[in-house]
Design a protein around this ligand. Sequence first.
Ligand SMILES: Cc1cc2nc3c(=O)[nH]c(=O)nc-3n(C[C@H](O)[C@H](O)[C@H](O)COP(=O)(O)OP(=O)(O)OC[C@H]3O[C@@H](n4cnc5c(N)ncnc54)[C@H](O)[C@@H]3O)c2cc1C
Length: 194
Amino acid sequence: MEGACRGAGRGELREVEASCRDGRYREPMLFTHRGLSGPAMLQVSSHWQPGDEIVIDLLPGEDAFAALCAARDATPKRRLSTWLGERLPKRLAQALVEWHGDDGVLAECGNARLQAWGEALNRWRLKPAGTEGWRTAEVTLGGVDTRAISSRDFSVAGLPQLRFIGEVLDVTGELGGHNFQWAWASGVACGQSL
Ligand SMILES: Cc1cc2nc3c(=O)[nH]c(=O)nc-3n(C[C@H](O)[C@H](O)[C@H](O)COP(=O)(O)OP(=O)(O)OC[C@H]3O[C@@H](n4cnc5c(N)ncnc54)[C@H](O)[C@@H]3O)c2cc1C
């Protein structure tokens, strides 16, 4: 995947559906100079482990194969790149056409070819080389095991003078303020008990 879509629609947020393991998110995605970012990638990164594949639906809610077949019937002289350019940022459409080495008028495209495009658009599979790591992370996975912590006053079982709250605990929220909420709520509960 590396280099596949370099410069494709950079800086444009568009809604996609990204999934990895049991995480699936319909959120905007962003192409940056370094790779993929935006809410969809931040969310899915909480499920990703090195070596995992992520699947991105670039046209969520649209069956690309069926739409391409319909377009072939209705407008057989239209080029694939034109069709793509109506749905995706122009530079992304162009990059995809170059990457797949496939452009042409729809009338020339057999079902197998359109099916391959449908797959590429609705189920773009890629293996990220890595994440940006701590430098840009918004939330950490893992932490102090909550089974050892009282949910009433956040003290450690058998060591009540020691308490943990917030991010340091093994609690990870999705985007949308859940991590702040957890940090504040656990802090209040702990503070009030003292
Ligand atoms: C860029 C960014 C964007 C984020 N956006 C969101 C968001 O939109 N919504 C959301 O819910 N969450 C967001 N988060 C996550 C959220 O900020 C954290 O989950 C939350 O701040 C955790 O609070 P905390 O008090 O547990 O830990 P922290 O906020 O990390 O506080 C720990 C404090 O302890 C201090 N400290 C560390 N070591 C020592 C030491 N030895 N002695 C004394 N002090 C020490 C640190 O300096 C720090 O001030 C974001 C995080 C980042 C980095």
